[in-house]
Design a protein around this ligand. Sequence first.
Ligand SMILES: Nc1ncnc2c1ncn2[C@@H]1O[C@H](COP(=O)(O)OP(=O)(O)OP(=O)(O)O)[C@@H](O)[C@H]1O
Length: 469
Amino acid sequence: MPRKDEHNQTTSIHKAAPHVLVVDDEPDIIELLELTLARMGMNVISTMNTQHARQLLQSRSFQLCLTDMQLPDGTGLDLVQYITQHCIGLPVAVITAYGTPENAVAALKAGAFDYLTKPVSLNHLRTLVKSALSLPPLHSEVTPVENTNNRRTLLGESQPMRRLRATIEKLSRSQAAVYINGESGSGKELAARMIHERSARHDEAFVPVNCGAIPENLMESEFFGYRKGAFTGADKDHSGFFLAANGGTLFLDEVADLPLAMQVKLLRVIQEKQVRKLGDTQETNIDVRIISATHKILSECVENGLFRQDLYYRLNVIELDMPALREMREDIPLITERILAKICRETSRPICHLDQEALAVLASYDFPGNVRELENILERTLALCSDKKIGKNELQLKPKETQQSPSDTPITPDQKLPLQDYLDKLEKESINKALDQTLHNRTAAAKLLGITVRSMRYRMDRLGLHLKK
Ligand SMILES: Nc1ncnc2c1ncn2[C@@H]1O[C@H](COP(=O)(O)OP(=O)(O)OP(=O)(O)O)[C@@H](O)[C@H]1O
């Protein structure tokens, strides 16, 4: 009997059963998906082309859409784009042919929740469906003031911060690997937590790992765990980061610091979705979302041979750039007030405020350590001052910190500057010299310094240097 375009599994219809739209032109796959989903208690509607899928999406309400990539009248990607524009909040997953990872990445970038590879593994399908259906309801967090449920959020009302929060909201409705780039203290870990807390994985663990802080000889046992007796001192079983994060999110901070040998092992685990503890003979299936971050430029680490390109592509499906605090100066007063209120609450003291002059000093400061540095400055200030109104002197910013006394004299290490300040000064001088020599041609100056143009741009931004017009 010829297959009709639409199959309504009336036998399994239940009032509260989630509705799933399946779009595929292969009868075998439709049948497999219909059977599996019906057994999971879903109400399935199937169609074989994108045009009919659009009509169904317009006329009915669904809780999930599964679509093949290659369809007779278009691609699954078209459908993902249609859904992200017209059915906001509806998770859509694509089914890609084996060996076409670029399709999966394109779909994730376009806003797909996740992807399945053919031949479809029923285990993966079930996990995907359960995750998609446990997504929390969509809500807008473009304005954090509306955030009523006490979850931590990135503060700020500037354009970059509002855009960032909107992107985080979108990313939390996907399973894609996210790579967060930004300066130290700019909120990378907070962004990763926000993605996790707003995702289908919010009830499972968020496991943050500082890759730069683990001794190389312990890396494998820390990441993959071990069985009792695997080595001297292994007196009990240990889960390791991957198993601890199973079902949840693993946050790999300072990922550029992973040694190359460990990168190979990490890639294998991410690709296979299986982990084997040291001393174990069995692999365990894992379902972990990876979010990674570094203050370095990862693509440069790849260029320099310090980071594997294949792992870079796995981790960097979607890139999130954290703005530096000095790029959102207008937010400094608001963030300052919120941090002050928080410290006052935590230390049970009356709420205090900065006066206009003190706020102006902070608003013009460059914050190389970003919001973390602002937090430290305010904590120090409140620890030393009991007034309700805080003036600029109470902030105790050194002249260098207020950046009101730039010195043109060359500095040497004997001047006992903090190392970072000393290195920044040297870097600034070299860049300025190269720019002068090349009549402010950034590309030529970068070449002269033996760095890429991207690195040059990043360093100039970081040091607050501008090209002369
Ligand atoms: N926009 C923001 N609003 C409120 N708090 C922020 C914001 N950005 C950063 N913070 C706070 O600043 C501190 C540092 O943030 P976080 O640890 O997320 O930075 P990071 O980029 O991961 O730093 P590092 O690179 O050093 O690991 C945290 O207490 C965080 O809550």
